[in-house]
Design a protein around this ligand. Structure first.
Ligand code: NAD
Ligand code: SER
Length: 327
């Protein structure tokens, strides 16, 4: 059996920055190739290929050149950015995924990872303990592309035996990297203001609950899902995965336990409607039963770790961009 050789697409984003590092730790630097439409940060280690995912020929060439066996396909436009340009969002998110699936099928790759999102929910979806199999009526172009993406993942597995795996990530919170234009970004931005002693103006209402997850849990969930034996994977749709759920006022209250002078104000914008179309918390029984998912971080543990790490980074005098380098 050939060794695993991994291509990460969209490696310079919020998740890719951290996931690429974790994959290199697991598989070795030489076995993880990173790629993005944007140039890498200066600190990037290992081999990087510039790639626009809409260029299927170049993707094929990279896969052949490096003898890739697995792809983690992260490149996408997220919910808020997506609503500024729905057509481009369809193009990048759908045609990009299609290119990945086609190259993977042609080249007989072992496994593909495609992240889905809580954005697949909407309309009549039950808001609490949202079941794995439920009404999906996404109200953003981003959510529509994630729902179709999940169907494509299942379709390619059934029709072509291509092992595509997926998680419905909640909003992700990280100190290592900045978010790239989603509705849950407030839950990262708030920390950057708080540790600098500044107040934060939140673009969501104080009492809107959303599912959230700390980045170390998200990375572990991703790698555990990908490493689970195929006979433990009961579906190739996105698995619901749960860690914590909170509103902006609850997050702010937790932050003030560490930074008592911290203040938050609220000025909801178009992202409020997007957040209201999503759910409060998910039932993730399938992930727990199939491949043993178990979160480690709840709200207090996440807040403490974020503040400790961001204070350390600030003390080292980094700019926000440089913060992406602290892994
Ligand atoms: P991000 O916006 O931070 O990063 C996306 C990366 O993709 C960027 O580095 C960008 O340069 C790159 N990219 C954009 N267009 C490209 C193209 N045409 N070709 C190649 N690269 C391109 O996003 P993220 O938060 O890291 O999310 C990664 C994946 O996880 C996405 O599919 C997203 O939908 C999904 N996801 C993220 C969250 C979250 O909270 N961050 C939640 C649910 C799902
Ligand atoms: N965090 C993402 C967003 O807000 C959810 O997929 O768009």
């Amino acid at each position: 059996m050939s060794a695993d050789k991994i291509l990460v697409i969209g490696s310079e984003g919020q998740i890719g920055t951290v996931l690429s590092h974790a994959l290199r730790d697991t598989y070795g630097i030489a076995n993880v190739i990173t790629s993005d439409i944007n140039q890498p940060r200066k600190s990037v280690i290992g081999h990087f290929e510039k790639l626009n995912i809409l260029d299927g020929e170049r993707l094929l060439a990279i896969v052949r050149k490096h003898k890739i066996t697995q792809i983690y396909h992260l490149a996408a436009l997220l919910s808020a950015k997506g609503e500024q340009n729905p057509r481009q969002t369809w193009d990048v998110n759908m045609n990009g995924l299609f290119n990945v699936l086609e190259v993977a099928r042609q080249e007989n790759l072992d496994k593909i990872y495609f992240p889905s999102s809580i954005a697949v929910f909407g309309g009549q979806t039950p808001k609490k303990a949202t079941p794995q199999f439920t009404v999906l009526q996404p109200e953003t172009m981003y959510g529509i592309t994630k729902e179709v993406g999940e169907h494509l993942a299942q379709y390619y597995f059934k029709k072509f035996n291509l092992d595509v795996r997926s998680l419905r990530y909640p909003g992700l919170i990280s100190y290592q990297s900045l978010p790239g234009g989603g509705t849950t970004d407030y839950a990262v931005d708030i920390f950057h203001k708080a540790v600098k002693g500044e107040s934060y103006e939140c673009f969501l209402e104080p009492d809107t609950y959303l599912p959230m997850m700390y980045m170390p849990d998200a990375i572990r969930a991703t790698i555990e899902l990908m490493n689970a034996p195929l006979d433990k994977i009961s579906m190739h749709y996105g698995y619901n995965v749960r860690a914590m759920s909170f509103s902006a006022e609850e997050l702010a209250a937790e932050i003030t336990k560490h930074i008592p002078k911290f203040e938050i104000t609220y000025k909801p914008d178009f992202r409020q409607k997007i957040a209201e179309s999503w759910v409060e918390n998910m039932d993730d029984t399938y992930a727990r039963n199939d491949w043993g998912w178990q979160e480690e971080y709840d709200l207090p543990a996440m807040v403490e770790d974020m503040i400790v790490n961001l204070k350390r980074i600030n003390k080292q005098g980094s700019s926000e961009y440089d913060e992406k380098m602290f892994l």
